[in-house]
Design a protein around this ligand. Structure first.
Ligand SMILES: [Zn+2]
Length: 207
């Protein structure tokens, strides 16, 4: 099975399992599939309280398997202080409902490392493109790291197998199977091995 830990579109192939991220203002969850919901840092605006209460309700649904993407983005125009409060609220929701967290982090790695202490559930840094030193710091803090279509090769190679995920995110060109092939070649293993290891990681975060 190919695991796509973070995407914005449904993949109906039988050998692909994905977590489809729904928009921050989602009102209802589709019947079929696995989803993540959460208030993205870009969507922290004057409607955020209404969004958070919807997210809290939707998170309790069976096929909402994770909260996300949530996090911090220093390049976003939204007030950064406000982002932190919204992030903290959603970490508490995740802890309460024991669902893993999918994190969006831009230029806020030190803060994200610090927040790990507040989480009692597994958390994945999605779309990681940073340098090896940062990858190492995040792994040590206890995070899983997910790589998409574009990444730093050294970071990918040094990430321990038991901390690794792959994803397509919103990249229309990306195919999860093709990403597995590229990553297996770089890490010097077979696609089968990679699939098995990542599936184990998936099972571990899904509890
Ligand atoms: Zn995304």
């Amino acid at each position: 099975m190919y695991i796509n830990i973070h995407t914005h579109k449904v993949d109906e192939r039988d050998d692909v399992k994905c977590i489809v991220n729904l928009p921050s203002d989602v009102k209802e969850i589709p019947d079929e599939g696995r989803f993540s919901v959460g208030v993205h840092p870009w969507d922290v605006d004057h409607l955020v309280h209404a969004k958070l209460s919807d997210i809290c309700r939707l998170l309790q649904e069976r096929n909402v398997v994770a909260i996300g993407e949530i996090g911090l983005d220093q390049l976003s125009e939204n007030g950064y202080e406000h982002q932190e409060a919204v992030f903290e609220t959603q970490i508490k929701m995740a802890n309460l409902l024991q669902k893993p967290i999918i994190i969006h982090c831009v230029k806020a790695s030190n803060e994200i490392v610090r927040y790990k202490g507040m989480m009692s559930v597994p958390a994945v840094i999605h779309g990681f493109r940073g340098k090896p030193q940062l990858a190492d710091q995040l792994c040590r803090a206890g995070y899983f790291i997910s790589f998409g279509n574009k990444f730093n090769e050294e970071s990918l190679i040094q990430t321990p197998t038991n901390r690794l995920f792959l994803e397509t995110d919103d990249d229309e060109e990306a195919d999860i199977k093709e990403i597995y092939e590229r990553v297996a070649a770089l890490r010097n293993c077979s696609v089968e091995e990679l699939k098995n290891e990542i599936e184990k990681n998936f099972e571990s975060i899904m509890g």
